[in-house]
Each structure stands twice: as C-alpha cells, then as structure tokens.
Design a protein around this ligand. Structure first.
Ligand code: COA
Length: 588
C-alpha cells in the first residue's frame, strides 16, 4: 500500500515548531521519501499560533493534503485549533500530563500520548528552548523516526550555537525517548515512520529558493530588491548563487528604487529581476509602466500575502492578480504568470525570463506566502534540457545609418540597443516616443506605438502554451485553477475521477494575456465551469469573464490559508448534484 503519512507539529512561535518540522522533513528525505511541507506562523517573532506540517509518501505528492495522521501539540492553542481534525485512527502527542497548559478531552479512536515536554525542558534541562527536542525524542520512540538522521540535522543546524547546545539537544531527545519507554511500554501505534527506500536523484527546495535557482539558471545577473515578507528569501538565496556567476544582489531603500535599479540593469543588457509582495507591487506600479513604455525586459516575482495594505504578511492569499494584471496607468500590456508548486518555481521563472526577453516586456510571476516556504523534492535540474532565450540586440548601424530603437516591426518587437554596442544609444524614458526614441505626441506616432506595444502579444497564446487539461470532452464540471490552487485541485480531481465523477480541469500557467482560445474551448467542452481561488472577489474568474465568452462560477476562500483538496472535492460534489448553480460560493 502506498505510504501517505502527515505529521503536524503545532504550538507557539518561538517554541521551535518550524525547526521540528524541518528535522522531520529532512529525516524523511534521507529515507528516500517524497515530502511536501506546509508551514504557517504569525508575523511576530515570538508568540501566536505556528504550525509545521510534513506530508511523506513514496509517491509524487500533489498538495499538502487535508489533515494529519500524527499531531504533536506543544500547547493548548495547538490542541484547540486542531481538535476537530482528530479523527479515529489519528494520534496526538501532547504537552502533559503535568507542566503543560491544557488537558485534552477524550477523542474516540484517537491514540493520545502525554509527554511533559515543557516540564522536562524547564525543570530537568533548565532551558525551555529544548522542549521541541523532548517532543522529537518521543516521536523517535513512538513512530521510529530515525535518530541518527535527526541528530545529524540537529548538529548541522545548531553547531554554530556551540557544542553544548548540540549536546543538550541530544540529551532532550533521550529524555523524551525515556519518558515513552517508562510510561507507554510496548504500546503499538497506528502509524509509523516509513522504512528507508532507495534514495532518489532529487533536490529539496523551498518555493523562494526555487525561484532564485530558476533565475540563476535563466542567466539573471542582477537582483534589486527591498526586503519584505514573504519575498525576502529570494534575495537571500540569490546572494549565494549570483556570487558564483558574477552577478549582483543589491538592496535598495524602498521598492520604487528597487524596480528602478532592475530597469536600469536590464537597460544595460543584463537579465534582471526583483521580488516583492503586495505593498511593494503597489509602490512599483509607476515603474512597471516605465518598463512597458520603454520596452525594457524585466521579471517581477510577486510573493503574494494577505492584503490590502500591510494586511497579513505571513499568510496565504491569491489577491494581487488584479494589481499585477491591470495595475499601472494607461494602456499597459504585460505578461502575468503563476506558479503552482516548487517545480514551477524553477521552470516558470526560466520561462518568465525567456518571455521577458522575447517580448521585451515586464513579466509578473505570482507565487504566495505558503509556497514561498513550502519544501518539496524535485528531480535534479538538468541545464542541458533548458532552453534560454537571449535578447534581440541591435547591430551597430552602418556609416550614416540611423538607429531606431522603437522601429515599427510586424511582431512589435524591435532590436534593442545597449551600452557597448556602438551607435545604438537612445533615450529610454516614460514619454511616448517616435521610432528613434525622441519624445512625440502626434496622433500618427501615438497610434503606431500603442499598437506596436500591444501587437507583441497578438499570438502569444499560440507561441507559449503552458496549459494542461485533465478529463474528457462532455464532462459535467470543469475546474479552472491557477497558482497554488492548481496543486490542490489536481488532488481533488484525481479523487473525484477515481470515484467515477466526470470532472475536468484546466491548469493555465500564463494568466495574462488571457489564454482565451483555450479557456473558451475548455468551457465549451464541459457543462459548467468553476474557478476556485484564494481571494474574495474571484479575480481570475472576473478576468475570464472580462476577456472571454465564459462566465465561471466563483469558489472563494479568503481566510489566509490555502484551499485544501477536500474543500474543492466537496464543492464539486455539490455542484454535480444540482443544475441550479449559484454564481459564487465562498467558504470561511
Ligand atoms: N535548540 C536550539 N535552538 C533552537 C531549538 C533547539 N532545540 N529549537 C529552535 N531553536 C531556535 C531556532 O534555531 C531559531 O533560532 P534562529 O532564529 O537563531 O535560527 C529559533 O529558536 C526559533 O525556532 P524556529 O523553529 O525556527 O521557529 P519557531 O517555530 O519557534 O517559530 C517564527 C518562530 C518562525 C514564527 C518566527 O521567528 C518568525 O520568523 N516569525 C515571522 C516574522 C516575520 O516574517 N514577520 C513579518 C514582518 S512584516
């Protein structure tokens, strides 16, 4: 039988919840398993509810799943938040029977193990920090988490804090193990850690790390950014990568100057990007317009978080789509893409650079707070299988010939000048301009240049087709999903189809320009179309309605957490029951 085990550690920020989840994840990957993590924590450094969930399987994992098999509850809040998910067959390890701050109720069919983590850490080890490792000791003893693997991860992570910290952690583990041996001797558990399988040739990456890797693989040489949660770590990872390729990572005083440096770098001929989140996107809108008007290729990764304004900096949302698609004033064409998983974070980032160079345009790459810290195994990237698009640079004009940077062409794309290519100097400004880049406001030029900027994208849907369909023509329901909701939808659709329901799904990676033909063809082939997304308005559903003949049903969650497969499955089952579909369904 396939292995599908989810371990969730939950407690207070500052109690080492995230480290515990990371150690379990590392042990699972060392055991040759596939892993996918889901982490969530508040914006505060200490305090508030934090969770780290690790899904482990011997098969490809599509999403973070619906729940857990094993809960390690560090405090009363962790128990309260999760007690509704304690189904028969699940197991809870909790901070008790003394020293903790709660007493759980009886849950039928749930195995409960009380381990006085706080008490042992405070009173025996004299340091509350080691509470999480007492819990890990219990997990080793109960479920067979490999101790060697855990110890080696602890050593690697904490040795910089001193050998005494490493030794105290080892001691905490032993105390946790001992507690289980003394208090639950010979107790059989419903779930165990999988036995080691053959190691796969995979690498383990977080979403933001994967975007950094994709950018480096695409040949990016400049990253300019202002730190903002949850985007900052893209730059932290790029520092390590661009150092080897002669690139530059530059921290600016705000997001406006960040994008200005990126446009400037690209103007000189190098591939350049920034990463930010909602508030940064708001500040960048004017400069996005500058890049469009001056036709400078750039990539902007928007790691979405709950907005508007400061909103919820560490929480999931898919609500920047309108800002990325329609933001900036004037008639402002650009490309918008969205990643669904860590694999996409690598390869769609490469595509984003290729599209930016091909169309000499800004490309907005949407990720989100959950995916930014989601860890997954992906096959080791192979550069020989990657195609890179390089910029169409101008050649030095012949003696007496004029260089026209914005030459009117059939494709709308014109050879670009750059410092170092003799005779190709031009003014890249935000002003409307003639072919030679001089400012112009006459009707003829304005019409020609506006049409040139839009003409670039006339055939993009045929030229770039990263869109996948599941299911058959004639199905009763079609789901169109974008971003991280795609991964969740894949799991829901697999379950629905396994139950015999006629459900199709469409997974576009490029959202704008809208892949109109494919969306209309998909909609025509199914009875009804629904778009699940993590925002209030149903932003992608609205864009589809605006630019195609399709009016999808909206299915929205805006609570700061991703949708889970069961919610999409239940929504689909409801819609399959009735022909009187509501225009919008929201879940809370
Ligand atoms: N022994 C020694 N050190 C330990 C330990 C142990 N057994 N267990 C944990 N620690 C350390 C960790 O190394 C970490 O220290 P570091 O920051 O020096 O690396 C620290 O204790 C916190 O532990 P960790 O497991 O990483 O996180 P946590 O589960 O306790 O949660 C966060 C803390 C992640 C919620 C919090 O620190 C945070 O980052 N919040 C978000 C901040 C943010 O982005 N705000 C937005 C601003 S707009």
């Amino acid at each position: 039988m396939a292995i599908d085990l989810t371990i969730k550690v939950a407690g207070e920020g500052g109690e080492g919840v995230i480290s515990s989840g990371d150690f379990i994840m590392q042990a699972a990957t060392r055991a040759g398993m596939e892993v996918m993590t889901f982490k969530s924590f508040p914006a505060e450094i200490k305090g508030g509810y934090a969770l780290s969930q690790v899904r482990i399987s011997d098969r490809k994992i599509l999403s973070q799943g619906d729940g857990f098999n094993i809960l390690v509850a560090f405090n009363g809040e962790a128990y309260e938040v999760n007690k509704g998910l304690l189904k028969p067959g699940t197991i809870m390890v909790w901070d008790g029977p003394h020293g903790g701050d709660f007493e759980p109720e009886e849950h039928e069919g749930v195995q409960m193990f009380a381990v006085p983590m706080s008490d042992i850490a405070k009173n025996t080890l004299r340091n509350y920090l080691f509470k999480n490792m007492v819990a890990m000791g219990a997990v080793i003893e109960l479920f067979g988490l490999p101790e060697d693997s855990l110890k080696s991860s602890i050593h690697d992570k904490f040795i910089k804090k001193g050998q005494d910290i490493v030794d105290s952690n080892y001691q905490a583990i032993e105390l946790g193990r001992q507690w289980i041996r003394d208090n639950y001797p010979g107790r059989k558990v419903a779930h165990t850690f999988p036995a080691s399988a053959k190691q796969k040739d995979v690498i383990i990456l977080e979403g933001n790390e994967a975007i950094a890797l994709g950018a480096a693989m695409a040949g990016a040489r400049f990253y300019g950014a202002y730190p903002i949660t949850p985007a900052t770590s893209v730059g932290n990872h790029l520092v390590k990568l661009l150092h080897h390729t002669g690139g530059v990572v530059y921290q600016t005083e705000d997001e406006i100057s960040a994008l200005a440096t990126v446009i400037g770098a690209s103007f000189t001929g190098v591939k350049a990007l920034t990463a930010t989140s909602g508030p940064g996107i708001s500040l960048m809108q004017e400069l996005i317009g500058l890049a469009i008007m001056s036709e400078v290729p750039i990539v902007i990764a928007d790691i979405q978080r709950g907005g508007p304004s400061t909103g919820m900096p560490t929480k999931h949302d898919q609500s920047d789509l309108f800002a990325c698609t329609l933001g900036s004033h004037g008639d402002a064409p650009r490309i918008v893409m969205a990643v669904a998983d860590v694999h996409d974070c690598v390869y769609l980032t490469i595509d984003a650079f290729n599209l930016a160079e091909t169309y000499q345009s800004p490309v907005m790459l949407l990720s989100d707070a959950s995916l930014s810290i989601q860890t997954e195994c992906i096959p080791r990237p192979d550069m020989s299988k990657v195609t890179l698009v390089e910029r169409l640079f101008a050649t030095p004009p012949a003696e007496g010939e004029k260089f026209n940077r914005y030459q009117i062409t059939a494709t709308g794309v014109s050879p670009m000048g750059a410092p170092g290519i003799p005779g190709t100097n031009y003014a890249a400004t935000g002003l409307e301009h003639s072919e030679d880049s001089g400012p112009r406001t006459n009707t003829e030029t304005r019409n020609a240049m506006t049409e040139k900027r839009w003409r670039k994208f006339d055939n993009i849907e045929d030229a770039y087709t990263p869109i996948e369909r599941e299911g058959e023509a004639g199905d009763d329901l079609g789901i169109i999903a974008w971003g991280m909701t795609q991964a969740v939808t894949r799991e829901a659709v697999a379950r629905l189809r396994a139950q015999g329901h006629k459900v199709s799904a469409l997974y576009p990676k490029m959202l704008w320009p809208l892949p109109k033909k494919q969306i209309e063809a998909f909609a025509a082939s199914v009875r009804r179309v629904v778009v699940p997304e993590a925002n209030f308005q149903g932003q992608f559903a609205d864009l589809i309605k605006m630019r195609s003949n399709v009016t999808p049903i909206k299915f929205n969650a805006y609570r700061g957490e991703p949708l889970i497969p069961r919610e999409i499955e239940n929504m689909a089952l409801e819609l399959l029951k009735t022909d009187k579909a509501p225009a919008r369904v929201a879940i809370r």
